[in-house]
Design a protein around this ligand. Structure first.
Ligand code: NAP
Length: 282
């Protein structure tokens, strides 16, 4: 009933379409949350250096007794370490903190076009090294806009396997998703329920009532039917279960389209704009 589909990336590897995100889970709560997620059946964990909980993610996976090969793990390069040598050292620390000798996916977390002289190309070449040496099975980017993807395409050799971007019913981010579709880059939709902000929308609650599912399940199912990869975050076990139960129902195309039409363009964005975001951890 709850078989999560695997999607094939442009490098031939596969990724579970549904995972569990750990942004804003405090390190002291992370082992418990990830353990519960693995117990429920999640086999894909999305973390990042900047989340400060890689160590605990690794600990929970080891404690689960699951084989490492059965859990898909993504991490992301901190904004502080875009210089290639810094990126190499940061990636070593990621593996050491996780306690693994590889990650399934490693991403540049933000393009930071106003920092580092706008040079994320040399950062990307460092990630290409990690892929070549097998310590990152796949590599990708996050929060890249079309112009950033175009620059990578013009100046580097590897097409990112994924682009992890903000996508939810109020910010459908269609142009960037479309670029991905045209270039073999899968979209990972972050904040898939807009951190809860779309769950009281009357269109969504009406469809939820009609299909007999919760608003969160309807929105997450909408992402799944659009082909994006998602990893909702929750520290609440009942919600973690709810968010995992997406494969025993289907939305009609009309409902999918109606939810897509809730898009508010730039006004719907809840997170930073990647063109100007320039946060570097201190
Ligand atoms: N690459 C990036 O720049 C970036 C940025 C943001 C996020 N992400 C990734 O995307 C993941 C998900 O995004 P997110 O954490 O920002 O937001 P989200 O998954 O859209 O929403 C999480 C919030 O919604 C609540 N929630 C979860 N399930 C619910 C349900 N069924 N019913 C009602 N409320 C529910 C959670 O509360 P409780 O926890 O209290 O239950 C939490 O406050 C992150 O964890 C991270 O892995 C990446």
């Amino acid at each position: 009933m709850n078989a999560v589909p695997n999607i094939t990336l442009n490098d031939g590897n596969t990724i579970p379409q549904l995972g569990f995100g750990v942004f804003q889970i405090e390190p002291e709560n992370t082992v418990e949350a990830v353990s519960e997620a693995l117990e429920i059946g999640y086999r894909h964990i999305d973390t990042a250096e900047m989340y400060g909980n890689e160590r605990e993610v690794g600990e929970a996976i080891r404690a689960s007794g699951l084989d490492r090969s059965n859990v898909y793990v993504t991490s992301k390069l901190s904004n502080a370490f875009h210089e290639p040598q810094d990126a190499r050292e940061a990636f070593d620390r990621t593996l050491s903190d996780l306690g693994f000798d590889y990650v399934d996916m490693f991403l540049i977390h933000w393009p930071l076009p106003t920092l580092y002289d706008g040079d994320f190309m040399s950062t990307w070449r460092a990630l290409e090294e990690f892929k070549r040496d097998g310590r990152a099975r796949s590599i990708g980017v996050s929060n890249f806009q079309i112009e950033h993807l175009d620059q990578l395409a013009a100046q580097t050799d590897t097409v990112p396997a994924v682009n992890q971007i903000e996508v939810h019913p109020y910010f459908t981010n269609e142009a960037v998703r479309e670029y991905g579709r045209e270039h073999g880059i899968l979209t990972e939709a972050w904040s898939p329920i807009a951190q809860g902000g779309v769950l009281e929308d009357s269109t969504i609650t009406r469809i939820a009532d009609k299909v007999g599912k919760t608003p969160a399940q309807v929105v997450l199912r909408w992402h799944i039917q659009r082909g994006d990869i998602i990893f909702p975050k929750s520290v609440t076990p009942s919600r973690m279960k709810e968010n995992f139960e997406l494969f025993d129902f289907e939305l009609e195309q009309g409902d999918v389209d109606e939810i897509s039409a809730l898009d508010r363009g730039e006004d719907g964005r809840t997170g930073p704009n990647p063109d100007t975001f320039a946060y570097v951890p201190g």
